[in-house]
Design a protein around this ligand. Structure first.
Ligand code: ADP
Ligand code: ADP
Length: 229
């Protein structure tokens, strides 16, 4: 199954703005997809519909083979919790919890036990072995984002959605975090869909979708920054 598939998805907000206009796309498992496009082109709406955070007005969304758009709100929440990870620009770590407890929080919320081998591998890959007992405020921005990436992957989700994951980081740290995301996709077989404004960031993807006026107007395989600028 595709990690995510949209078929003829339209989203019209109350008030009449059509933010997505008949969008169809499929994301292969184990790939890194970037979503680009100007402000207001529908990137956030696409991500919200694809992640099951919001229901489309028309069309179907499959996550990992399940038609999430046909599920009740309750089942949609459950499937999202089990099969989808999120990374935000602002990290969204819980300040009062240690890095270890932040990373394992999705498992505890889902009533699942950590797979210790996977956990050790993830912590090693994000380079936070020495920081597990620290609180988020004691870490740099890049380290906090790496903790957020480990948290997003801890349940081995079918897909991780990253919304401007490097938007709050300096250039050098942004590159490190992007390199990490790419290595996780390549090395651990995870699937990442990233919304970004940054052509350099999108050039690290396997495939870039360019949006305009609620449609995917261009699809670039292994794009270069020059093609995306
Ligand atoms: P982007 O993420 O590319 O900036 P969005 O998906 O946020 O684009 O927005 C696409 C369009 O939908 C814009 O015209 C925006 O104003 C509109 N829009 C987004 N969210 C809402 C909402 N909750 N209610 C009404 N209109 C919205
Ligand atoms: P690697 O060797 O893993 O490809 P490098 O650390 O050598 O990565 O950096 C080169 C990569 O960084 C290029 O793929 C380029 O697209 C990307 N890059 C350049 N500028 C930026 C930036 N501002 N933000 C994110 N990535 C960038």
């Amino acid at each position: 199954a595709h990690a995510v598939a949209l078929e003829n998805v339209t989203k019209t907000y109350p008030g009449g703005v059509t933010a997505l206009d008949d969008v169809s796309l499929a994301v292969r498992p184990g790939t890194f997809t970037a979503v680009m496009g100007p402000s207001g082109s529908g990137k956030s709406t696409l991500m919200h519909c694809a992640a099951g955070l919001d229901a489309p007005t028309e069309g179907t969304v499959h996550i990992d083979g399940t038609a999430i758009s046909r599920l009740s709100e309750t089942h949609r929440t459950e499937l999202r919790r089990d099969r989808v990870g999120f990374v935000f620009q602002s990290y969204n770590l819980v300040p009062s919890l240690s890095i270890a407890d932040n990373i394992t929080l999705p498992l505890r919320l889902a009533g699942k036990r950590p797979d210790h081998d996977w956990l050790r591998l993830l912590v090693e890959r994000v380079g936070l072995e020495g920081r597990l007992t620290h609180r988020p405020a004691e870490l740099s921005g890049g380290q906090q984002q790496r903790a957020a990436i480990a948290r997003a992957l801890v349940s081995r989700p079918a897909v991780v959605f990253a919304d401007e994951p490097t938007g709050a980081l300096d250039l050098r740290t942004a590159r490190e975090v992007l390199g990490l995301l790419r290595d996780l996709v390549a090395g651990l077989g995870q699937t990442v869909v990233m919304v970004t404004h940054d052509p350099a960031a999108a050039s690290r993807s396997d495939r870039a979708l360019v949006m305009a006026d609620g449609r995917v107007v261009d699809t670039l395989e292994s794009p270069t920054a020059a093609e995306l600028a």
